[in-house]
Design a protein around this ligand. Sequence first.
Ligand code: NAD
Ligand code: ZN
Length: 234
Amino acid sequence: MTILIFTGAGISAPSGIPTFRDENGLWENHNIDDIANYLTWRQNFQNVHDFYNQRRQIIKTKSPNSAHHVIKSIQNEFENVIVYTQNIDDLFEKAGVTTIHLHGSINEMKCVACGNIWEFYDNFDAGYDTCPKCGSKKGVKPNVVFFHENAPNYPSFYKNIIKLTEDDIFIVIGTSGVVIDVDALTFDNKAYKILINLKDEETINKNYFHEYIFGDAVETMPYLLEKLRKLKNV
Ligand code: NAD
Ligand code: ZN
């Protein structure tokens, strides 16, 4: 039996990291094409690095919240718990959760000239710094998946979703379903499906789920642990 958990920016919101569409969010004040478009990022090289440098420094100061810790408990208590996140922050890692990042990580850089990926926690100096492997300057970008960029972990994600059966559990937490279409993940999915989101989003069909809980993830996640214990007769 597999428990597949899929999370988005909502789980990090209680830790003080704004969601994608948050009114006060960092994203709100930026044009996506300036900072997250693979087709144009080289033209906006300085802006791109300024933006992700800023986010990297903010995220460094943030800590996981109890929703991240509940997922850690689920991974400790049950077997075959696979966690996929759209988040680029490192709050799951800070909570000790093993997670697969669908949209990359703020703490990695990638060189598109040679394919090198390396851990990076500082500020990238767009006028000076280079790829440590091949020396490319203009090929270095944050290892965050931009719009129109290949997302290397999508194939394993969709394969794992397709494999789910009636014996499995699929949990969606804190995503608007705008970037990754949640309806497409649930429509044909035979698993027992649970949705946890701050509110009922018109972009997600809640009727494809067996259960939905609307509220702050920090408040609702303890219920999830109880529910899983019941479903698995622990
Ligand atoms: P989104 O901003 O589109 O949606 C967030 C969802 O979380 C919304 O449905 C909202 O109602 C819900 N939410 C907000 N606060 C919540 C809370 N306290 N408890 C439960 N739910 C809550 O986010 P998305 O669907 O993940 O898509 C955003 C894209 O932007 C992703 O591709 C991601 O890579 C990127 N992003 C990442 C971060 C991060 O790493 N923390 C933050 C912003 C954006
Ligand atoms: Zn390189």
